[in-house]
Design a protein around this ligand. Structure first.
Ligand code: 5RP
Length: 264
């Protein structure tokens, strides 16, 4: 691995623990103004200090984020679909590598849709992005997207998607936690981080999700809604940090969550 690529990876996955807590706020690229993400700058204001990287689009970065941001950026470069359109899988690359470099990104992110009518185009786009990333020293994060079909999140499907993403050259893969997650980890030769998915019933459920995923081999989380849609978002991210970087138990993490609970 060349120095630039290595340096970027080191900024994303902390060498001390070889783990990562990333905050995802890229949802608007196909979902529009998601609840609690209407004003991204407000959403992240108190959370940035607890994250190892911020995942977002160039539009939000340029328009909503101060240039003195002291956290690496994972730039979502795929899009072209929307929740109102006919097929969420119909994505392509819409932000150039040149723009990613200009924005000082530490990685670029792209979704792949294995098993859909747009499988080929999203996998070819991943290959193209990896080729450009190799030229520029830019890591590629592949996101194994499932669109509206959340029931697809099982070990068989996610193993297939994660392995394909790594075979095509992604340096990191973002997927979902599932039953049998160890199988997904074992068969994917690059680091895996997990998304949180739609908001779970309680914050404790989010902590349990992070804890189990880390125990079963995830290198970290790249979570959004389960952090910033919580009324105790700072508590959730602090507790997740403790799990990911310090190996805290769910109980220890829950104590952090409770201690940070905002006063009514
Ligand atoms: C959308 C994404 C999101 O960043 C991802 O799903 C993480 O957010 P959440 O934890 O809210 O699921 O990649 O395709």
């Amino acid at each position: 691995m060349d120095w630039g690529m290595k340096n970027r990876m080191t900024r994303l996955i902390k060498p001390k623990t070889m783990r990562a807590v990333w905050l995802a706020i890229d949802h608007g690229y196909f979902l529009g103004p998601v609840s609690k993400l209407e004003e991204p700058a407000t959403t992240i204001k108190d959370l940035v200090e607890f994250t190892d990287a911020l995942m977002l689009t160039r539009g939000v970065l340029r328009n909503c984020i101060s240039a003195d941001l002291d956290v690496p950026v994972i730039l979502r470069v795929s899009g072209g679909n929307s929740i109102a359109g006919p097929a969420l899988s119909n994505e392509g690359i819409q932000t150039s590598m040149e723009d990613a470099m200009r924005l000082n990104a530490s990685a670029v992110a792209i979704s792949i849709y294995v098993g859909t009518e747009h499988e080929h185009q999203t996998l070819m786009a991943l290959g193209q992005l990896v080729n450009e990333g190799q030229r520029c020293g830019m890591p590629v994060l592949a996101v194994t997207a499932v669109g509206k079909e959340l029931e697809k999140r099982d070990a068989r499907y996610l193993s297939l998607s994660c392995r394909i993403a790594s075979e095509l050259g992604a340096q990191v893969v973002k997927t979902y936690y599932c039953e049998g997650f160890e199988k997904v980890v074992r068969s994917c030769p690059v680091p895996l981080v997990i998304a949180g998915g739609p908001k779970l019933n309680t914050e404790l459920d989010a902590l349990k999700l992070a804890h189990t995923a880390i125990k079963e081999g995830a290198k970290g989380v790249d979570m959004g809604r389960n952090i910033w849609q919580s009324r105790n978002a700072v508590g959730v991210i602090k507790a997740i940090r403790k799990i990911v970087h310090d190996g805290a138990s769910v109980k220890e993490a829950e104590n952090i969550l409770k201690a940070a609970r905002p006063h009514k």
